[in-house]
Unconditional design. Structure first.
Lengths: 112, 113
């Protein structure tokens, strides 16, 4: 069983839709949670970074962590064609040193 | 400020050949990483270097070696390439203690025949 599970999609939505992307994790020691965005044939880039449970908002993006159910979510409001990318969730255990654990990534297409 | 650069962008190897993937960063970061990305498997850590002079194995180190040449450069070597090493390889770097905030290079696409 993978430590971080993510539905690979693909997910296709119309422009303006609210998008919900989700991950589950199994290791309760994970304390930090990230979302990376990866455009086609590019390297991933950090989108959101959260610590512990709760919500964090940045413009049209909201990251949500529920540690009790080991569930990570990313919501995109008013989705745009430029949001079309693969979204990877990632977790970090403080005692692991420098090792991120990534989900498989969800491929999102926003249609104009 | 180029960020993280990787060379080559694309490479085709025959089984048994060797090659070195190069990575350099100009952000004065202490920590550097090598990942491979495969369909259905996501990003998996091969090796990392928490600081100049140190290297540690990640999740999938077999078949690879690394060298932290200096603070800027971190190379990945395949001594005897196998078809199972066909993948996209990414280098990343970050400031010490900020492992969640990694900056990635554009990747090297490797095909082993």
């Amino acid at each position: 069983q993978k430590e971080v599970e993510q539905d690979p999609g693909p997910l296709s939505v119309p422009e303006g839709a609210i998008v919900s992307l989700n991950c589950t994790y199994s290791n309760s020691a994970f304390q930090y949670f990230m979302w990376y965005r990866q455009y086609s044939r590019k390297g991933p880039e950090l989108l959101m970074y959260t610590y512990s449970s709760g919500n964090k908002e940045d413009g049209r993006f909201t990251a949500q962590v529920d540690k009790s159910s080991k569930y990570i979510s990313l919501f995109i409001r008013d989705s745009q064609p430029s949001d079309s990318a693969t979204y990877l969730c990632a977790t970090l255990e403080e005692t692991s040193g420098s090792r991120l654990t990534f989900g498989e990534g969800t491929q999102l297409t926003v249609n104009p | 400020n180029a960020g993280v650069t990787q060379t080559p962008k694309f490479q085709v190897l025959k089984t048994g050949q060797s090659m070195t993937l190069q990575c350099a960063q100009d952000m004065n970061h202490n920590s550097m990483y090598w990942y491979r990305q495969d369909p259905g498997m996501g990003l998996r850590l091969i090796y990392y270097s928490a600081s100049e002079g140190t290297t540690d194995k990640g999740e999938v180190p077999n078949g690879y070696n690394v060298s932290r040449l200096n603070k800027r450069e971190f190379s990945l070597r395949l001594e005897s390439a196998a078809p199972s090493q066909t993948s996209v390889y990414f280098c990343a770097s970050t400031v010490s203690g900020r492992a969640g905030t990694q900056y990635f290079g554009p990747g090297t696409r490797l095909l082993v025949l």
